[in-house]
Design a protein around this ligand. Structure first.
Ligand SMILES: [Zn+2]
Length: 490
């Protein structure tokens, strides 16, 4: 009996507590006497009550005024759907005009009339980029400045006015300049809480560098050259010149204490230049080995010193943001023929004859003699390009082994596409990538100059070329040390 009584007391106590809490709650939200307030709605939804309608209107006006001054526009549009109604309420809670003003801004920002520019990437993995501007012409001017980072103003002017000088010996005639992205411009209302570009320089920087980070500077020290500064900051010299347009060539003089930009660009747009270009390029000499049984083995004698020649190439070049991506060699004229090196190698051993050594110490060029080096070994925008890109010989043209050796890789994989790796002994490996086809298998022995495949553009390659790499003491892109393949021919 006593237990039941105690239980009842507990239940009663809990019920009372609940009632008090409810009453307190009720008393908190509502009051006994109604009062007049302004209810502020946004798209029909209540944002809150305020006492002073004019105060809120003042906040809105001030915000408009501030935005008008910031963007130098005549009109700033307040969010649509704001409604203020006088009413009588028992609700206790009243917000300040400032609180309601902030609630409105959070839900729907103020807008101004401007242009939304959408840049669609060519690559499906990349997201489209939207740029807000108030002045359409300012965007055009900024875009033009980006183009001018890669081609001089004078060249553009001559191209546009059809006054490009004729090519006498070597030179270039621009056939087309374009941006390789779909850019659409739409007029509309732009939220003031988004980035709106009003400064042409800032927009140019964004289009060229791909971000709005602070510029990175380097202070020139004694002994610095444009080449050395570029290399230390993982830039190709040409890239340094893009970032520092006040310099026209790597030979320009620097003064100690001078500040130069060393940031990496990552253009949002692709500036494509197609040109008819005549240029001179060194041709590599070949080496012929003559075996002499009257000379002792291990003895080598250079009979004729090799000398590189000079070829004049007439080409159709396509560059994207300053990098050559496609080359077609229209014709080749030999200005100075290369002089082949002749090496005499002794084979006499104790009266007998030894077989010829595997590596004669000279290397074959991996393509046919019609070629154009579209990218050298070295830095390209912060990453080392571990090879020589040789183009211009045409899709399907033969690719030769640079030296004799054993094929250690022949497959189609990843960004290299179809590729072949040859081990030459003494720790040297050569790599031939983006091949159209491969004609050798792993384990096969190849001779110097033997065809191993054909030139192509498989894997990650913008145009037809062979990505020709040289490595020491390990496999390419593993533990091998990348070397400039041109050292083989010097
Ligand atoms: Zn390459």
């Amino acid at each position: 009996m006593k237990v039941i009584k105690t239980g009842l007391i507990y239940i009663f106590a809990i019920a009372l507590a609940v009632a008090i809490v409810m009453f307190v709650n009720f008393a908190n939200r509502y009051q006994l006497n109604p009062k007049e307030v302004y209810k502020v709605y946004l798209d029909g939804k209540v944002l809150g009550n305020i006492n002073d309608k004019e105060e809120l209107e003042e906040y809105i006006n001030d915000e408009q005024k501030e935005l008008k001054e910031k963007y130098m526009v005549d009109k700033v549009y307040i969010p649509t759907g704001v409604d203020i109604q006088k009413c009588t309420t028992y609700e206790k809670e009243v917000l300040t005009a400032k609180q309601v003003h902030n609630l409105i801004k959070e839900e729907k920002p103020f807008t101004i009339k401007g242009y939304k520019i959408t840049i669609k990437p060519n690559n499906d993995d990349e997201e489209k980029i939207i740029i807000n501007v108030l002045d359409k012409d300012m965007f055009d001017r900024a875009l033009k400045s980006v183009v001018e980072a890669f081609i001089s103003k004078e060249q553009i002017k001559n191209y546009e006015n059809n006054t490009q000088p004729e090519i006498k010996d070597t030179g270039s005639i621009i056939e087309d300049i374009y941006i390789d992205q779909d850019i659409t411009i739409k007029q509309g209302y732009i939220s003031t809480d988004e980035q709106i570009f009003t400064d042409e320089k800032l927009l140019t920087k964004y289009l060229l560098f791909g971000n709005l980070q602070e510029d990175q500077y380097y202070t020139v020290k004694e002994g610095d050259t444009i080449d050395s500064i570029a290399y230390d900051h993982k830039l190709a010299t040409a890239e340094f010149l893009v970032v520092n347009p006040e310099f026209t060539s790597a030979n320009n003089l620097l003064s100690v204490g001078q500040q130069v930009k060393v940031g990496l660009i990552s253009p949002i747009v692709d500036v494509v230049v197609e040109s008819h270009t005549v240029l001179d390029q060194e041709s590599q000499y070949k080496t012929t080995t003559e075996y002499d049984s009257s000379m002792s083995a291990g003895i080598q004698k250079v009979e004729v010193e090799g000398q590189n020649g000079l070829d004049r190439l007439t080409t159709k070049l396509k560059t994207i943001n300053g990098e050559t991506t496609n080359v077609v060699i229209v014709s080749k004229e030999v200005i100075t023929p290369a002089v082949d090196k002749v090496v005499k190698v002794g084979t006499k051993i104790n009266g007998g004859t030894a077989t010829a050594p595997i590596m004669s110490g000279t290397w074959a060029w991996p393509t046919i003699s019609q070629y154009y080096i579209s990218s050298y070994f070295g830095y390209r925008w912060g990453k080392i390009h571990e090879a020589l890109d040789i183009a211009g010989s045409g899709e399907g043209s033969p690719i030769f082994a640079a030296g004799s050796g054993v094929v250690v890789a022949s497959l189609n994989k990843g960004s290299l596409g179809n590729y072949v790796t040859i081990e030459h002994g003494n720790g040297y490996y050569t790599l031939y990538a983006h091949l159209h086809s491969r004609t050798v298998q792993v384990g096969q022995t190849v001779e110097k100059g033997q065809q191993i495949g054909t030139m192509g553009h498989t894997g990650f390659a913008t145009g037809t070329h062979v990505h020709f790499g040289l490595y020491k003491n390990g496999l390419p892109y593993r533990d091998g040390i990348p070397l400039d393949p041109l050292i083989l021919y010097r």
